[in-house]
Write a new protein. Sequence first.
Length: 136
Amino acid sequence: MVSLLILLFVYEIRRHYKRNKNRRQEMDIGKRSRSSFIITILITFPLMLVVVIYNTSLLYNASVTEINEDARDEVKSTAAELENYITSAKTTLRVVSDTIDLMKKDGLSTSEIDKYLTSQTQIQSKNKDAPRDLQK
C-alpha cells in the first residue's frame, strides 16, 4: 500500500516537471538550483518520515510479541517448578504416612514415632528450603 502511494507520488512529480519544463528552462541557474533543492527537501522529508514511522511500528510490534512470548514461557516454567515442588512434598507425606502406619503395626512407641517425624522434618526442611542454586 505504501509503495503504491510512493509510486503515485513520483508519477505526479514527473508529470508536474514535464508541464513546467519550458518555464524551468527560462529561469536562471540560481533560481533553478534553489527551487530544485527545496523540492528535493519537500519530497525527501515526508518519505523519510513515512519510513521512520513504519520501521518504528514494526520494531515495536516485534518487541511486544517477543515480550509476551518470553512472559508466557516464564510462567510455564514457574508453574512446572511449583508443580514439581508440590508433587515432591505430597510424595514425601505419603511415604512418611505409610512408614508411621507400619511403625504403629510393629508396636513402636509414640516417642519413637515422634523422633522419626522430627528427623524426617529436619531432613525435608534442609532439602526443600535450600536455595535453588544449591539444589541444582
